[in-house]
Design a protein around this ligand. Sequence first.
Ligand SMILES: *Cc1c(COP(=O)(O)O)cnc(C)c1O
Length: 483
Amino acid sequence: MNIEKLLCDSKKEIKDALELININGKGIVFITKEDRKLCGIITDGDIRRALLKGASLNDCVADYMNEDYTYADNREKIEEVLERINYAAKIVPVINNQGKVERYYEFRNDIYIPVSQPQLRNNELKYLTDALVSTWISSTGKYILEFESEFSKYCDTKYGVAVSNGTAALHLALVVLGIGKGDEVIVPDITFAATINAVLYTGATPVIVDVEKDSWCIDSYEILKALTKRTKAIIPVHLYGQPCDMESIMHIAREHHLFVIEDCAEAHGATYAGKKVGSFGDIGCFSFFGNKVITTGEGGMCVTNCADLQNKMKLYRDHGMSKTYKYYHEVIGFNYRMTNMQAAIGVAQLEKIEEILNERKRLEEDYRRIFGNELNIQWQADSLANRQRIVWLVSALVPSNDRDLLIKTLKKRNIDARPFFIPLSQMKIYEKYTFSNKNSKVISKKGINLPTIATMECEDIETIKDVFLILCRKESEYQKNEV
Ligand SMILES: *Cc1c(COP(=O)(O)O)cnc(C)c1O
């Protein structure tokens, strides 16, 4: 909110202060002398008490203001300000070194803003109830088929195989492509660990390569450099909604006869050259965990254009059991099935996926507008050639020495923010598989995911900006503040 609506000149009457409070809706005004110099505050409660004691609406506001009040200096660290905050002081004026009011902090202790939150208020309960009432609650039932067919269509692919989670989808894909011991599979250094774990489950050797500076996704030059006679597959991960450079990756794959398994767990609906992610490689793998673009609680899906791969995935998903000869097991399979109840939620979620994506996009636009450009942060890249990303979590890079403090400070204000994934190469159990990791180390240390939930309001984003303003101003201001 514009600070002007919170400022009341000390020569004004109580009535003027009440009018301002009525307009700003914050229950408080800051009393200032000439040149915006702060000299007191008055709340609607203070005015009520004054009137009850016989004050008149035309009395001078300065006679009733609080001269002992909580304020912040704009050179202070936000933690120091937080130390002084209590339930009585939720709106705190911020002054500069001349004592003039510059802005204010608003502390709201009664709210909690998570990083993400599923939206389940449409047909989810209706379809779930239908699945329940039908008694088809396990892995047979109409919602499974409908979800597979609708979701694969959404991904510009012919077939969908619903599975129990995104990790199972990746493992299943690797298995049906025949990946195993002695094979090498190239993965990016920045991803959720499930990508590399799925490779390790098969007995194959993962090869970790660096990411691109601008997209944060796997770098195709690094893929080329990491190729060996044993390389069998690449798993590009469309990280934080950003598509990988699929043209280069598919070119390398064709030249070197490699399989491509796209990890699309964070990029439902993103496109490359107008085509959906998941439709480029041999198999695209999705997750429907609670924090993904659409959710089924737990769940995943493999999409493909190859009928043979589809059949193999269905076989392995269901204990390797023959589809025609009951209890005859053709291969050593898994139980990777999705339930009809999960699929029922998935169908309802898919109905509104465009709405969900638009809402997230709008939220990201709000962040960028409200944050303006006074901050030393770099938002996720928008206009990379051919790539149309989606907003999974609003993501940005901030100075690395501020990142963890930002997250800690936001947490104190009941706002959940997350650091980027730690590069695989930086973890003991994976480091031996590292091929290259120059950019990933830098990006990961600076990266932050901000709350991306539908119910957020501009005020919440302003609260987040307040914390950023203190901790990551642009260099020039930074130095000014240090001295
Ligand atoms: C979430 C995620 C997965 C795993 O999905 P689950 O459904 O949690 O098993 C795999 N890869 C990436 C990149 C993810 O973000």
